[in-house]
Design a protein around this ligand. Structure first.
Ligand code: LLP
Length: 421
């Protein structure tokens, strides 16, 4: 469910015509809907209503825009961060440190120090050498770091290989079979306070069975660890719940289905549950608005060349991801088209042979479900400035990240003195 609807034949986001934003800010531009963010937080929370005080830590990587984070902070969400940069963004947006969890395989000593200074809720450790480093850093600051180990349950998430994280060959977590030994070693490290277990098996999951299999393993491990004398008080079940991208595909499980499964599997666990949803919170709350530059004849279908490209929305190029492409003011006619960007790579293709609204040069199109892993994965390839972002709330809207001038790209480089004469 989102708040991008057609009124009098033209797409609006909440009460604001998309065309008004395109005319004022230019295209391409990401457009986010506050009402959709609020709705998704509400639905996710409702799914978990039977749990006692769960910590919902938004996966900042999905959308780190300050205005989006501030919206989620106001709704009481915490943050799952994977870098010092994400930590500082979360704190700056008003997310309290005691709702922040730090994940990732490559935390540096500097990042650990920063997170300890802020007093975050939990570090999710991914290896024994990382545990040793964190213990040293914490001790040097006269502190003990609250930690969980992320376990790798060796479960196939059944999603795209590039976003699967829970198989034994993936780089994430500690092997499930060695967990008891790893926890014993962590328990002996004086700078650590071992408090939890964490798991995250992948993203855009459209089946609950792999999640249930992973959570069941976490439950068994909690029992074994408590028997071994560890005071396990938290279980972080990660993120991963998929969202609908292609209306012709079956709907993924809803947050209510997910919550019911979680409640069933975790019943009686003597821990506080934590979650790290990203996509399910922001995915449908964003669209990438773009203008058709020209339409060119193709061998089988016309090429619709838009002013957005793979540098603005990388997902189709990187994961063959499907985004619904809609005309902002549809004529009512539909036909097959290839939708491509201006970047000089064949991979700069959003859709091939897609049945969609017929559009012409100058028309606006919206790439739907682009609120997660959209703007944050944008780059400047082909010297295209980063995509601006707009947040809408009711009949109000604001630019929440401006389009940088091309001069900023040029001036960002410098010429060494031996070349400047
Ligand atoms: N927690 C951890 C430790 C993660 O690595 C991730 C995502 C999440 C939570 C949030 O997962 P979500 O609820 O959003 O599925 N760029 C890819 C997705 C990469 C996901 C990386 N990790 C894409 O565009 O599909």
């Amino acid at each position: 469910m989102d708040h991008f609807d057609y009124v009098d034949g033209t797409m609006r986001v909440e009460q604001v015509p998309m065309a008004e934003i395109a005319d004022a800010v230019g295209t391409p531009v990401y457009v986010y809907s506050t009402a959709t963010l609020e709705r998704h937080v509400g639905v996710f929370r409702e799914g978990l209503a039977a749990l006692d005080n769960p910590l919902i830590a938004f996966a900042v990587k999905a959308n780190p825009n300050a205005a989006v984070l501030a919206t989620l902070a106001k709704l009481g969400l915490g943050a799952d961060v994977v870098s010092g940069g994400e930590l500082l963004r979360a704190v700056a947006a008003g997310i309290p440190a005691d709702r922040i969890v730090f994940s990732g395989v490559g935390k540096t000593a500097d990042e650990m120090r920063l997170a300890l200074e802020h007093g975050i809720f939990q570090f999710n450790l991914e290896s024994e050498p990382e545990a040793e480093m964190l213990s040293k850093v914490a001790l040097s600051m006269g502190m003990r770091a609250p930690v969980a180990y992320r376990i790798n349950p060796d479960v196939d998430a059944g999603t795209h290989a590039k976003i699967s994280t829970g198989k034994s060959e993936n780089k994430f977590g500690i092997p499930y079979d060695r967990a008891i030994e790893s926890y014993a070693a962590a328990g002996d490290l004086p700078g650590l306070d071992v408090q939890g277990v964490a798991v995250h098996i992948g993203s855009q999951l459209t089946d609950l069975a792999p999640l249930e299999a992973a959570f069941t393993k976490v439950g068994a491990l909690i029992t074994a660890l408590r028997e071994a004398g560890h005071d396990i008080r938290t279980a972080d079940l990660g993120g991963g719940l998929g969202v609908p991208y292609d209306p012709s595909q079956p709907l993924p499980p809803s947050p209510a289905d997910y919550g019911a499964m979680v409640c069933r599997v975790t019943q009686g666990w003597p821990v506080r549950l934590m979650f790290e949803p990203g996509r399910v919170i922001v995915g449908n709350a964003g669209a990438l608005l773009s203008r058709v530059v020209r339409v060119k004849q193709g061998a089988k279908a016309p090429f619709v060349i838009v002013d957005a490209a793979m540098n603005d929305l990388l997902r189709p190029s990187l994961y063959d991801a499907w985004h619904d492409i809609r005309a902002v003011a549809p004529s009512g006619k539909q036909a097959a088209a290839n939708v491509v960007g201006p970047v000089c790579e064949t991979g700069d293709t959003f859709a091939m042979g897609r049945d969609m609204d017929v559009v012409e040069a100058g028309d606006l199109v919206a790439f739907m479900t682009a609120g997660a892993y959209g703007a944050t994965m944008a780059g400047t390839y082909n010297s295209r400035p980063l995509t601006p972002e707009v947040l809408v709330s009711g009949d109000r809207w604001a630019v929440v990240r401006a389009r940088p001038p091309i001069e900023a790209l040029i001036e960002g480089d410098s010429i060494p003195d031996w070349l400047a004469d």
